[in-house]
Write a protein that binds this ligand. Structure first.
Ligand SMILES: C[S@@+](CC[C@H](N)C(=O)[O-])C[C@H]1O[C@@H](n2cnc3c(N)ncnc32)[C@H](O)[C@@H]1O
Length: 216
């Protein structure tokens, strides 16, 4: 796929093609920050926004959460469903939907809404709008966790990034536009983690982390 061709696509076209051209795109492992944050909470209902092939959603279900994963790519969603079936996780514990988060909304509120690495380049998505909408999906007493890439990994091709501006935890928090009478901010910070480059060498990645709690 050329950059010019992909930039002209809609997000749905771009992501579906990206998943369809490879057998697997992501590792299938839970994201570290999510595993650390969820481990401090009693399992309840969870919604994974931009769930990809379901690594986070599957892990949450295995920890006892009742999970819904949503992604714009039907192929990614099918892979999440296949992973759940393979692990004998029932649909009552883990279900997936394909939908565009710019307009998709759930019929119920969740104890944990999580959104890991909702980045999209070269095709732009209304990320701030999606994050703000996500605040409406959180139940009273529930949490919203936003994990982002704060910078490109050292091995990323700058041309591929096409001028993409990475969000900061502060810009993600601002996008949520929280009412301070109803929400408390538990984390708005950068966290480093070990990562493995495509050539097998190890490096460090910096994640932006925003964790907020809806009080009422
Ligand atoms: C960088 S991937 C992260 C996937 C997964 N959360 C993870 O951590 O492995 C971004 C995901 O967001 C999804 N996505 C992008 N725009 C979306 C939108 N408007 N609505 C729903 N999903 C979207 C993509 O299909 C992709 O699976």
């Amino acid at each position: 796929m050329t950059e010019a061709a992909s930039a002209a696509q809609t997000p749905a076209e771009y992501w579906e093609e990206r998943y369809a051209e490879l057998e697997r795109v992501w590792s299938g492992r839970v994201n570290l920050v999510l595993s650390e944050v969820a481990a401090t909470m009693a399992p309840g209902t969870a919604l994974d926004l931009g769930c990809g092939e379901g690594g986070d959603a599957v892990w949450l279900a295995q920890q006892g959460w009742q999970v819904t994963g949503v992604d714009i790519s039907p192929t990614a969603v099918e892979r999440g469903q296949a992973a759940a079936q393979q692990l004998n996780i029932p649909e009552t514990s883990l279900r997936f939907e394909s939908g565009d988060l710019a307009t998709w909304g759930p019929t119920r509120a969740f104890d944990l809404v999580t959104c890991s690495f909702l980045h999209s380049w070269p095709v732009t998505i209304p990320r701030e709008v999606i994050l703000h909408r996500a605040t409406g999906f959180v139940a009273p007493g529930g949490h919203l966790l936003v994990i982002s890439h704060a910078a490109a990994p050292a091995w990323a091709d700058p041309e591929m990034l096409n001028g993409y501006v990475f969000p900061t935890p502060e810009s993600d928090l601002a996008a949520l536009a929280l009412d301070p009478d109803r929400w408390e901010t538990l984390a708005c910070e950068l966290r480093e983690r070990e990562a493995t480059a495509p050539d097998g060498s190890s490096g460090v990645m910096t994640d932006g982390v925003v964790l907020v709690r809806r009080m009422t």
